[in-house]
Write a protein that binds this ligand. Structure first.
Ligand code: GTP
Ligand code: MG
Ligand code: ZN
Length: 334
């Protein structure tokens, strides 16, 4: 802001925080009071598509946002040409406070965080039962990221026409995670979409998972839309990274949103705070009161062993918590 000089922007002067004393009401009023509200649907190389009154409007960040970025799911304030007509470009002047932020780092040593989506309240962790092979470690990592961000996890197991869901379910049963299983036949006849939809009503759900697991196929079935899907390479067993940008789509005749995201190779957890992960284990959380400061919950003096020994919680749950916390220390492919 400073580079505009002293006299150009009176608003900036007025909103500068005055920590001492009472501020008159007007000084906290945001700039651009006439701005429209928008919801970010997708971001593509600096161009954002924002839903304004049911109209998709292409916009870019106003310079005053500085380094602050807007991501899919963000609620923003937009000004300028909001007609949505071809070749128009509106400006995003404000990003509203986020109710949640789903982050990931490329790997655990990478301090560079990317925000995957904002304001989601559910994370659909999509895993194929075969083609590509399920990788439980990635599921665990996504669970940790979900708990850290305060999103409710939903496990979506696809391609049950190719392999059974049994073994995978055994290992997640004790975590008490909601799950749905889908197959090609059920996708075709609509049963898969119906079952998944029950879990999506009224929520903003981000779909994440490896490339080729069927995220876009499922989202297409849910919203009756045809976004491109890809094939899984028969030799490498990998997807082709068909989806290259996150896209939010409204559920038809519903109140929920689904967000399709590009396939990930890994889900780095550099940013995760174990104390936030434990919120997802309300049966264990009170037991941590007796823990030493900054307890990793996987050390000798951890009070949780006594907590389960005293019958306050199922020992399986402590095992699960430790497995998830340990996932941060382990490498993706282990
Ligand atoms: N057999 C079988 N194949 C499926 C099923 N669901 C999706 N597929 C296939 O899996 C392949 C990959 O599907 P996509 O929806 O493109 O996968 P994606 O997760 O969106 O992949 P990226 O966009 O690369 O991250 C396609 O050939 C789909 O037809 C299923 O239930 N059964
Ligand atoms: Mg896709
Ligand atoms: Zn502890």
């Amino acid at each position: 802001m400073r580079r505009y000089g002293k006299h150009t922007d009176e608003d900036d002067v007025r909103v500068r925080p005055n920590r001492k004393g009472n501020r008159p009401r007007t000084t906290i009023r945001p700039k651009h009071e006439d701005a429209a509200e928008g919801f970010v649907l997708t971001v593509d190389r600096g161009r954002l598509t924002v839903l304004v009154d049911d109209r998709p409007v292409v916009a870019m960040k106003a310079r005053e946002l500085g380094r602050k970025s807007a991501v899919v799911g963000d609620r923003v304030a937009v000004v300028g040409d909001l007609s949505g007509a071809k070749d128009t470009l509106a400006r995003i002047v404000r990003v509203e406070e986020r109710s949640s932020v789903l982050r990931r780092t490329a790997d655990d040593d990478d301090p560079y965080e990317r925000v995957v989506v904002a304001n989601a309240d559910q994370l659909a962790i999509v895993t194929a039962l075969a083609d590509p092979e399920p990788r439980p470690r990635l599921i665990d990592r996504c669970l940790v990221a979900a708990y850290d961000a305060g999103l409710e996890p939903l496990l979506v197991l696809t391609k049950s026409d190719l392999a059974s869901a049994e073994t995978l379910m055994e290992s997640y049963g004790s975590l008490g995670i909601r799950y749905v299983v889908t197959s090609r036949e059920e996708l075709a006849e609509g049963a898969a979409a119906r079952r998944v939809r029950e879990q999506l009503e009224g929520r903003i759900t981000a779909f994440v998972g490896h490339s080729g697991v069927g995220k876009t196929t499922l989202v297409n079935a849910l919203v009756e839309r045809q976004r491109a899907t890809g094939h899984v390479n028969a030799v490498t067993g990998r997807g082709r990274h068909t989806t290259t940008s996150a896209l939010a789509l409204p559920l038809p005749e519903g109140t929920g949103w689904v967000i399709d995201t590009p396939g990930v190779r890994s889900f780095g957890l550099h940013h995760v705070d174990p104390s936030r992960v434990i919120h997802a284990f309300p049966d264990l959380e009170p037991g941590t009161e007796g823990c030493p400061r900054a307890c990793s919950h996987d050390e000798q003096d951890c009070a949780l062993d006594q907590w389960v020994a005293d019958g306050h919680a199922d020992p399986q749950r402590l095992y699960s918590l430790r497995r998830l916390l340990a996932t941060r220390e382990r490498r993706e492919g282990d």
